[in-house]
Design a protein around this ligand. Structure first.
Ligand SMILES: [Zn+2]
Ligand SMILES: [Zn+2]
Length: 264
């Protein structure tokens, strides 16, 4: 890669459904990245459930090949971009996920595993989805389910990289949906996941997206990051940008985070 630091987590218009109609294209990101001298990795959402069942999904009907072709064209000109996907983990689709990794693992430069939604239609990473889920399931159980699923995903070894390891706290925190007394929101749980990643030789993302939510911290927190780094976790940093503005504004923070990691 041409530059020293890499933002591993960018979402683009047309490929990630949660990016606005006037959101950034590959080219928009490339221009800003070049200006600021950082490498970038496109990490659009790839959620098998929707890829298989939703005709409006950008990756429906094998369109992943178009995605790769499009990025490949840019790669001919620019030597600081990577092709990647943020792939959703489903505990009942491990076989399909493994097949996907067999088919495309080598076609892409980088794949990160994520959990946003384990009951279809109730994503915990949107306020609306989480609100609906909280009407059905007690908060304690939602948090416990999240950590159980993360443990399963890590132990499955399907992914070599894990994104936003404690994103369950994007909305469940003291600034937003305040945890009920019976909830275990301790750092210990996140540390345990990190230790499992060491055991399974999986890299962990330091995800900057929490900074744009009321929680105002990274996923995981810097304290957890420092502890895990000491214990041997390898980190990559991602802004999880869905807009050009956020991407550009977070570049100094991205660089600062890499420097901090290197100094630990
Ligand atoms: Zn995500
Ligand atoms: Zn993302």
């Amino acid at each position: 890669m041409k530059f020293k630091f890499t933002d591993y987590h960018l979402h683009t218009k047309g490929w990630s459904v949660d990016v606005a109609q006037d959101g950034p294209t590959f080219e928009d990101y490339i221009k800003v990245a070049e200006e600021h001298q950082i490498n970038i990795c496109f990490l659009d959402h790839y959620e098998l459930h929707y890829v298989e069942n939703d005709k409006t999904n950008p990756f429906y009907n094998g369109r992943i090949n178009d995605y790769l072709e499009e990025i490949d064209i840019y790669k001919e000109t620019y030597d600081f971009i990577l092709s990647g996907l943020e792939v959703e983990y489903y505990e009942n689709k491990e076989i399909q996920l493994m097949e996907f990794m067999d088919d495309y693992g080598n076609e892409l430069d980088f794949i990160g595993g994520s959990i946003h939604e384990w009951i279809i239609g109730y994503p915990i990473t949107t306020k609306k989805g989480l609100t609906k889920l909280l009407e059905k399931i007690p908060m304690k159980k939602i948090i416990d389910n999240y950590f159980e699923l993360m443990t399963k995903m890590i132990n499955s070894q399907i992914f070599k990289n894990i994104c936003h390891i404690d994103t369950i706290f994007r909305y469940i925190n003291n600034n937003e949906f305040i945890p009920t007394d019976d909830c275990d929101t301790s750092d210990n749980r996140v540390l345990e996941l990190g230790r499992l990643c060491i055991k399974n030789k999986i890299k962990v993302e330091l995800n900057l997206s929490g900074l744009r939510f009321p929680i105002k911290r990274t996923f995981p927190s810097l304290d957890v990051m420092k502890q895990l780094k000491k214990e041997g976790v390898e980190f990559f940093v991602g802004s999880d940008s869905h807009s050009l503005d956020y991407f550009e504004k977070k570049i100094p923070r991205l660089i600062e985070t890499y420097k901090l990691l290197n100094a630990l």
